[in-house]
Design a protein around this ligand. Sequence first.
Ligand code: PBG
Length: 342
Amino acid sequence: MTVRVAPLKLVRRPRRLRRSAALRQLVSETVIEPHRLVPPLFVVSGAGETQPIASLPGVDRLSVDRLLPRLEHLLKLGIRAALLFGVVAPGTKSACAATAFDPEGPVPRALRAARSHFGDDLVLITDVCLCAYTDHGHCGLLAETPWGVQVDNDSSLEPLARMALAHARAGADLVAPSDMMDGRVAAIRRALDSGGFEGVGILSYAVKYASAFYGPFRAASASAPKGASLLQDRTSYQLDPRNAREGLLEAALDEAEGADVLMVKPALPYLDILARLRARSGLPLAAYQVSGEYAMLKAAAAVGALDEPAAVREALLSIRRAGTDLIFSYYAAEVIEKGWLM
Ligand code: PBG
């Protein structure tokens, strides 16, 4: 028996507008301009250093002299900002993270050089966190507490504020605290203001989850946490992936403490948080496509499991569609160079 299906008579047929590339572009809702992309860059001391990072194919640790031509290239691509991470020798790390606020450290040196080279053409953003400078790899200082040795919130605020101030003095436009200590945005704001840097902004990693997707980054900056029990990972200070409301609460607190830009991190697994935050805050938002998100795409592409340009474009568009203004991504330069966003 044949079944007859009556032809559909729809008033609205969305497919009409998908027939050609020109029609699709005409009604497209989301676009990523180069100035929304911010590449994270790793800076080391010394000269002539271009150190490939095994866990992040295509990303290098650069000494300041190698960083400047890289920044020049990024500007030519239409990129307007860079996020700087310092990587220091293991022998210089300590329990008190003194090298984090050393004015001769790789990040302050890079800031001074980039500022004198590029003036105000390039927005210089710096990661503010102790984990790459402490010998135990935690984002704050350790202290004896009633529950044993823990990452101590309040005593960590002073070195974080000192680090932010060192970056402001060296020329940072925005400091980006990523440590997840409570009250650090207020502490940094106070330190910047009393140091005469009212004009330096705070881009807070406000909603930062305790994520497995940071793995390749920790290999790049040798900042994996070390310790037993509560100190073996960052779950005692970064957000629990099970919690959404708590993420929104973190964002509201950072906004109240004076953050100028709020970030959600990682990006793709947390688009629900991003979209909800977009509806709640009037501040500019940022999302960080983190090292593991990048490495995952690179690894899948390397074995031919994914069409890299299409997959990367889709991931970045999804992050932008969810409501972010800025996207921090290790793909920033590559997608523009290769025209993957077209
Ligand atoms: C420092 C910091 C981390 C990242 C950015 N800032 C690592 C961490 O929290 O362990 C991760 C960035 C990435 O994975 O690309 N706290």
